[in-house]
Design a protein around this ligand. Structure first.
Ligand code: UD1
Ligand code: UDP
Length: 373
């Protein structure tokens, strides 16, 4: 019998952890693999929330996060730290996900050691290197290195083929975020108390239309964040609306939101929710306002209209299917688009259709088979 392939899965932020826990579970359960996990700790609290709910104990934790970290310091710490772990582990494959600094640095450190890289959620492109920033370039760097590209959809596969990535290395696997959403939904069904922490807010806002808000993108810091806060303030002035806003821990987000939205009766600014509670918020919300990548994928799966507060998206599938709409960061436009959905039943119903352009919940198994070759 051949010895199992050693797979080092590397991640560091909340969205990577959510999208990789189904793969880590699958690798751990599969005798073809010796599954090893390294977290960079690019995020701390928001990463640990996902590790706790998914039951993953990393073999390595680099704990790199610094308050208000800059991209260059962060990247330097990541490449050096992840390289050391790879020297110790000598994996057959390094798996990275998406477009964060951890994913890019993990791919680069693996390349420096000529270790094969598998890229989960490959081929997303906005075709604008400053929107989202720096994620578009991170993805392109990983795309130049990876030996296996797990594209979530045919759109992302075609983007890679258009860049002359060797076709035999590109596979449409679906996005593991749908695996994660199915897993957490089943877990909450088995134990509803896991998502029971919003009960007080649910009672306080009973009878109101709930708008869920998240924002954190670096390109929206400053003016963009202020415009988003202004839009939320104007929407929350309506009697029939309540806003639930789990505020990202990035101090550049907090400073603006605390100043602009503190003390408004219909706005609940709360700490980042763990994944079961965020899934609960998605199910409660009539509408999501977000600049998040992951929320653009989860909302369509649950039939929730999502207004995307960005100039571009590398996830056109939700927009093409009509559940997501790009609205940018002009407060007037955000308010007008949200009010159209709140006041025009036909417009709302046209967007509120559950569909799954991003996957069928079976992506992790497909990726395991590709890694096993
Ligand atoms: C990062 C990713 C972004 C991803 C986002 C998901 C990069 C360059 N950016 O952005 O692609 O969409 O995560 O949320 O990789 N902080 C905490 N505790 C935490 C997390 C963050 O205090 O658990 C604070 C720290 O002050 C930290 C700052 O937020 O320095 C920024 O964190 P960082 O990971 O650099 O950027 P994000 O904006 O979170
Ligand atoms: N999420 C969460 N709690 C929150 C906000 C978001 O668990 O309070 C989840 C959400 O369900 C999605 C992921 O975090 O799966 C998105 O992460 P984020 O928006 O931070 O990053 P992005 O997807 O934009 O890279």
């Amino acid at each position: 019998m051949t010895s199992p392939l050693r797979i080092l899965t590397v991640f560091g932020t909340r969205p990577e952890a959510i999208k990789l826990f189904p793969l880590v579970h699958a690798l751990e359960a599969d005798p073809r693999f010796d599954a090893r996990v390294c977290v960079s700790g690019q995020h701390r609290g928001m990463l640990d929330q996902v590790l706790a709910i998914s039951g993953i104990t990393p073999h390595h934790d680099l704990a790199v996060m610094q308050p208000d970290q800059t991209l260059d310091e962060l990247t330097a710490r990541l490449v050096t730290g992840l390289g050391r772990v790879m020297d110790a582990e000598k994996p057959d494959w390094v798996v990275v996900q998406g477009d964060t600094a951890t994913a890019m640095a993990g791919a680069l450190a693996a390349y420096y050691r000529k270790i094969r890289v598998a890229h989960v959620e490959a081929g997303l492109r906005s075709h604008n290197i400053y929107h989202p920033w720096p994620e578009e370039v991170n993805r392109k760097i990983i795309g130049a290195i990876a030996a296996l590209h797990c594209a979530p959809t045919t759109v992302s596969r075609d983007a890679l083929l258009a860049e002359n990535v060797p076709p035999e290395t590109v596979h449409v696997t679906g996005n593991t975020v749908i695996d994660a959403l199915h897993w957490i939904t089943a877990k909450i069904a088995a134990d509803p108390s896991l998502a029971g922490g919003l009960a007080e807010l649910e009672a306080r806002f009973a009878g109101k239309r709930i708008i869920g808000v998240t924002t954190h993108r670096r390109e929206n810091f400053g003016g963009g964040m202020e415009a988003i806060a202004e839009a939320v303030r104007r929407l929350a002035a309506r009697d029939d609306v309540a806003v639930i806003f789990p505020v990202h821990l990035n101090p550049n987000v907090r400073a603006v939101m605390d100043g602009a939205l503190g003390g408004i009766a219909n706005v609940a600014m709360i700490e980042p929710l763990d994944y079961p509670h965020f899934a609960r918020l998605l199910s409660l919300a009539d509408l999501m306002l977000t600049d998040s990548g992951g929320v653009q994928e989860e909302a369509p799966a649950l039939g929730k209209p999502v207004l995307v507060m960005r100039e571009t998206t590398e996830r056109p599938e939700g927009v093409d299917a009509g559940t997501a709409k790009l609205v940018g960061t002009d407060a007037d436009v955000i308010v007008a688009e949200a009010e159209r959905l709140l006041d025009d039943r036909a417009a709302y119903d046209a967007m509120a259709r559950a569909h799954n352009p991003f996957g069928d919940g079976k992506s992790a198994g497909r990726i395991c088979d590709l890694l096993a070759g």
